[in-house]
Write a protein of this length. Structure first.
Length: 610
């Protein structure tokens, strides 16, 4: 018969003794937190493990971190694990824990502690489903050690904030059995165009984290070579991951986790939805190009048809834009940009009043009229948003037919061809088309001109409403409510290839205007890549346009002949496949649009803040 302490089994005694030995082995001076570095291998053994242990110990000495290293899986007992804030699996391989040890480790995570996985921690316990969820993805295979470019995506997380956005690093690059994105927060990816043997495509996660089963988990696939652990960037990456997993550093773990987001269907019967605005009381207003104005109530969780405007829907016209007045809660004013049915070919910016769940037709006040071509015109734009100071921004397309320009600059100056000449609109300082306007609506239904637009009031042959000119089709815009900067996507032309006699191939653009400016269309595109001054009558190409010295000499121009110098786009991408944008497949349909500007407020008590 075995002698035991009352109420304790032999296994419990062994755990207590092991915990006493483990505690005695830790430094006498307690630091801020403790980690257990576990490096047992039951498969391939990396010769970098000693360097990894030494690096973590040195990081511990420098950062108030107690480090205990072991390869004894018997340390995975509840009393032992309770001494630590996180456990590091340092290039472990194979099945390294028995059933009781697995249970103890699960309980450790469930108690709110952390796990850090380095390199082949993803080649560990591949038959243990719980561990598979913990690590996020299992190793599939790898190729030769080689330099590669790591893209640090999360610029705030403590493990990736210290890294350059594009970090050239030499390692053994892992392919995984599954892509963990959607269940984990991806911190960094591998640019597969910089390595040989990548099998995951444009989205190749290489470091990630998540909140899992009550605790925190962090994994990096890097760390194959001993020299890696002497690299300052990797050491900072590893330290940040350890501190986050141990609960010693803040960092988001949900941005790419699909379950963190809730999808609410406002209306499953929409046709050509065009714009959406959320009121302060949570109501969501949205419009359809065919003229319908709808509102979703978060209280009733139902959508109501507010109004149906009679609109012209030829080409790209219709009900195009929506904005709520900054004081909508008290005045009920709603602004719409639309194409009225009628003889006069024009789009109008109007203010309406909402009463309850009804739009009052008689309340309409037209603030601004935009002449448009309803025979051969195209590109209507229509994005609207208020900015600082109650200034309303309205984006308008160039109203130019692209069909006879072969996807290059539409600058056809032949008689009767003004519909094919964007110099009459986008490059015309005296015309609203191809522009982003900025006005200040007044209570009486008029508007004033804010200070600081592109052309001061009274400038000959210009319109003072213009904030940005030289746009093709700025379909949707966004305004930074702090700085007033305007973002927009400009839908580009269709040329599939560059042409020596005409100019560059087609690009969509994402643009930023922190101050008023000219963005070059139809003379330039992308990062000010110039078209050539092509004569549609003779088929002869003139010189390339100069971004710094643009002149509009078209007979269709009613504005100033000398234009402001052009600015290039922030980002541009071509139609068709591209090495710069491998995620965009050849032949795919896409349109550049600006999303909302979000600024994090750390003092905001919200469980849905990014």
């Amino acid at each position: 018969m075995k002698a035991t302490l009352p109420g304790f089994g032999f296994r419990t005694m062994r755990w207590m003794l092991a915990a006493f030995w483990l505690l005695a082995s830790l430094p006498a001076i307690a630091h801020d937190f403790r980690v257990l570095v576990f490096s047992k291998t039951a498969g391939f053994r990396h010769d970098s493990i000693p360097a990894g242990i030494a690096a973590i110990q040195q990081l511990g000495a420098e950062n108030d971190l107690d480090v205990f290293a072991t390869e004894d899986s018997a340390q995975f007992a509840p009393a032992n694990l309770a001494l630590f804030d996180a456990v590091v699996f340092l290039s472990t391989t194979g099945n390294v824990l028995d059933a009781a040890q697995k249970t103890a480790f699960e309980q450790f995570i469930q108690s709110g502690r952390g796990w850090v996985g380095v390199h082949s921690a993803s080649d560990t316990e591949q038959t243990w489903p719980w561990y598979g969820q913990l690590v996020g993805a299992y190793l599939r295979d790898h190729h030769a050690i080689q330099p590669g470019t790591v893209l640090a995506l999360d610029r705030a997380h403590p493990s990736t904030a210290p890294l350059p956005e594009r970090w050239v690093h030499t390692d053994e690059w892992y392919n995984f059995q599954t892509n963990p994105r959607g269940t984990v927060h991806v911190l960094a990816t591998l640019d597969e165009s910089t390595v040989v043997g990548g099998l995951m495509g444009h989205d190749h996660p290489i470091a990630w984290c998540r909140e899992f089963d009550g605790g925190r988990t962090w994994y990096t696939a890097m760390g194959h070579t001993a020299s890696t652990f002497s690299e300052p960037e990797f050491r900072a990456h590893l330290l940040g991951g350890i501190r986050w997993a141990a609960g010693q550093a803040a960092g988001d773990a949900g941005a790419t986790v699909h379950s963190r987001y809730e999808k609410i269907v406002l209306d499953d019967g929409v046709n050509d939805p065009m714009a959406l605005e959320v009121a302060a009381d949570g109501r969501v207003f949205f419009v359809e190009r065919g003229g319908k104005v709808k509102v979703y109530s978060p209280v009733t969780q139902a959508t109501t048809l507010v109004s149906t405007l009679p609109v012209f829907t030829g080409f790209e016209d219709g009900l195009l834009g929506l904005a709520l007045d900054p004081a909508f809660t008290t005045n009920g004013w709603l602004y719409l940009y639309y194409s009225p049915v009628g003889v006069t070919p024009e789009n109008v910016l109007s203010r309406f009043t909402i009463s309850g769940t009804a739009l009052v037709p008689a309340s309409e006040i037209v603030l601004l009229r935009v002449a448009t071509d309803r025979t051969d015109g195209r590109h209507s734009g229509g994005g609207m948003e208020f900015g600082p100071g109650g200034n309303l921004h309205l984006a308008i397309g160039d109203n130019t037919h692209p069909g006879a320009s072969d996807g290059y600059a539409p600058i056809d100056e032949r008689p009767g061809r003004s519909a094919w000449d964007a110099q009459k609109s986008a490059a015309n300082t005296n015309n609203f088309n191809g522009k982003i306007l900025r006005i200040h609506p007044e209570p009486d239904g008029t508007y004033t001109i804010p200070a600081g637009n592109l052309f001061p009031p009274g400038t000959p042959l210009t319109r003072p409403e213009i904030f940005v000119m030289g746009c093709r089709n700025p379909f949707r815009i966004a305004v930074d409510q702090l700085t007033g900067a305007v973002f927009w996507g400009d839908v580009g032309p269709d040329a599939g290839d560059a042409h020596a006699a005409r100019g560059p191939h087609g690009y969509d653009e994402l643009n930023l205007a922190q101050t008023p400016g000219n963005y070059g269309w139809p003379y330039l595109i992308a990062n000010n890549q110039p078209y050539r001054d092509y004569d549609f009558a003779t088929g002869v190409s003139g010189p390339a346009f100069n971004p710094a010295a643009l002149s509009n000499n078209s007979p269709n121009n009613t504005g100033a002949p000398t234009l402001p110098p052009a600015r290039g786009a922030v980002l541009w991408y071509p139609y068709g496949a591209s090495l710069d944008f491998p995620a965009i497949a050849a032949g795919s349909n896409r349109t550049a649009m600006a999303g909302a500007v979000y600024r994090h407020n750390p003092s905001l008590l919200s469980d849905v803040a990014f």
